[in-house]
Design a protein. Structure first.
Length: 187
């Protein structure tokens, strides 16, 4: 019969898999206590939770969660980097840390309910944040409209210059009538 503490841990992990925007599974082999402490600190500063977990508890918590499909990755030392805010923040933090210390190594991830492998996690870490992507996309959508408005404004502006030139010419002509065009009345 499972102990109440284990049941509680399994329920916590299941809830984590249901609520998180991204969870990156990683192998922290090669990191000593000091380096893991530094990694945890960097994660905390970025609002990413870093947990070393027991594989047996994690496997039991996956059933009925978006984490189903991760079973094969729970071998050897496993830790979870969890972000509730962003799809790629946990991957970015781990990738940045791994550049300096060559660990942790990505195993897989769950991102918005989809299981992805280590190469996809690495690609995800290289993407800009969601807000930056949205800004770039809105800029790209807005750009043709801005160009059209500029062209139309230029056309209207040119039309106004022509109308003003005609008005000025009419005002500078003698008031007694129109001047005879060249070539008329000379015969």
């Amino acid at each position: 019969m499972p102990r109440p503490e284990k049941i509680k841990k399994i329920e916590e992990l299941a809830q984590l898999f249901n609520e998180a925007r991204s969870i990156v599974l990683n192998d922290f082999t090669g990191l000593d206590v000091e380096k893991i402490s530094e990694l945890r600190k960097q994660c905390r500063e970025s609002n990413v939770e870093y947990r070393v977990i027991k594989n047996t508890l994690a496997l039991r918590s996956l059933e009925g969660t978006p984490g189903e499909g991760l079973e094969q990755y729970f071998e050897g030392p496993t830790a979870l980097a969890v972000s509730r805010e962003s799809e790629n923040l946990s991957a970015k933090v781990l990738a940045k840390f791994a550049e300096e210390y060559e660990a942790p190594v990505f195993k897989a991830a769950v991102v918005d309910g989809n299981v992805i492998d280590a190469t996809e996690v690495l690609a995800l870490a290289k993407l800009p944040e969601r807000d930056q992507l949205m800004s770039a996309m809105l800029g790209a959508i807005k750009s043709p409209g801005n160009s059209l408005v500029s062209v139309l404004q230029g056309t209207v502006r040119n039309l106004l210059y022509v109308v003003n030139a005609i008005i000025e010419k009419k005002q500078s002509e003698p008031a007694g009538g129109e001047a005879a065009p060249e070539g008329e009345g000379s015969e």
